[in-house]
Each structure stands twice: as C-alpha cells, then as structure tokens.
Design a protein around this ligand. Structure first.
Ligand code: URA
Length: 228
C-alpha cells in the first residue's frame, strides 16, 4: 500500500511526523535517489527511502518512556546555550532512538513522554483529540474564587482565549487540567488572572499519571495503553 513519505518515516520510528516534514522541506529525504517532496507517496515494499543518506528501515520495536523531567533541563536534542537536555537523562542507546512528545519549559518539572512511535505522537499532539494535561501549580499569592473561576472559564491571551479548564485546589496547591498546549500556557493563564507561578509540575497526560516512585531525572518504560 502506498503511504505518504512523512508518515512512512515517522511510522518507521525515525522521527516524529513534524520532524520528518522538516527533513523533507530541507531536502534531506530521498526516494530511490530522487529528492522527496512533502506528500510524495512511497511503496514500503519496494521503494528505498533515505534520510540524511541513511536508508530507513522500520524500527524493530517501539519504545515508550515516561520521564520525570527535573527543572533546569531543556526539552530538545541539543541546546545552543549548552544547557542540560532531557535526552542526557537517558542511556545512549535510547537517547538516539526516541523523541519527546510535546514539551515542558526549562523551569517546569514532571511528566514527559518519549517514544519512537509516530502514530502515538500524532494522536497525542493533535488538538482535536483533546487529551488532558494536568498540572500542579504553586503560586506566590493565594488564589481567590474569582481568579479560579476566571481560569476555569478561559483567559484572554494574545494567542486567543483559552478553552474552559478544570481547576481545583488542595492544601496550598492549584490543580489545572487543560487540553491545549500553547507555549507557556499555564504560566500565561495564571499571570493573566494576576497570579505568579512559583512551581509548575505536570502530573498527568490523559490516563497516565506521573508515577509516584519516579524521582526527578528518572524514567521508566510504559505501554501505549497506559496513556490512551
Ligand atoms: N504550561 C507552561 O506554562 N509551561 C509548561 O512547561 C507546560 C505548560
């Protein structure tokens, strides 16, 4: 069956769909020796696809990891400012195989999923699927009811009004569940209602809770059915 080349690359476990599209646009992908264009079709049974000159062969095994990202790490394969990356927390044999699903800010800690499964990445990344992401937030000021209600109803940001969120409090922490993933969204929502975030931790992605026994910097293997 013919498949679009970007889908083929991500299903083979070489890169996420978005990254595969970048490789194609920058002319690093060939099909049978000819430079590929976005949307070109390939026949996995007979076509030879290369990325950066290396032949794509489907991954022998899909890998799914939950990592507890510590603060002070970037979610990126490399950093121009030479800060520590979450990939440095993985052994070398895994580091080169997986990519991150979504991101967390440098100062945010908590649950991050890493995989080489392009379909799962796509399913989790697509906003239409509305996968919950829950965060535990500590703020400098004590939140009042009207601020909590404002967070629930939606906050006007330069990128648009946020969708309704679930918000609850326990002890001195606020728990917010959103299903969007705009840049620094939680911090910007809180700042929009007059609250300063002093600690931000992701504690759940859809079904998957941050495992209680996973210390910052540790990771563990999980199954896709733990997430979706
Ligand atoms: N919202 C933020 O502000 N930062 C994150 O890292 C994740 C969600």
């Amino acid at each position: 069956m013919l498949e679009r080349v970007q889908k083929y690359i991500s299903q083979a476990g070489t890169a996420s769909r978005r990254k595969a599209e970048e490789f194609i646009k920058s002319g690093q992908v060939s099909i049978n020796g000819r430079k590929a264009k976005l949307g070109d079709k390939v026949d996995p049974a007979k076509d030879k696809v290369t990325v950066y000159g290396k032949i794509i062969t489907p991954a022998e095994k899909f890998i799914y990891l939950a990592i507890n990202k510590p603060k002070g790490y970037v979610v990126s394969k490399s950093d121009p400012r030479h800060r520590k990356t979450v990939f440095e927390l993985l052994p070398e044999d895994l580091r080169t195989k997986v990519w991150n699903v979504g991101r967390l800010d440098f100062d945010t800690e908590g649950l991050l999923i890493m995989t080489n499964d392009g379909d799962l990445t796509q399913a989790l990344a697509h906003p239409k699927n509305e996968h919950d992401k829950e965060y535990e937030v500590t703020t400098q000021e004590e939140a009042n009811d009207s601020q909590l209600e404002h967070l629930r109803e939606g906050v006007d940001l330069p990128t648009g009004t946020t969708y309704p969120a679930k918000v609850k409090t326990k002890s001195n922490k606020i728990y917010i569940t959103i299903h969007e993933g705009k840049k620094r969204q939680v911090r910007r929502m809180f700042s929009g209602v007059g609250l300063t975030v002093t600690n931000l931790k992701r504690i759940r992605i859809n079904k998957l809770e941050l495992p209680k026994d996973l210390a910052p910097g540790q990771f563990k293997e999980i199954k896709p059915s733990d997430i979706i």
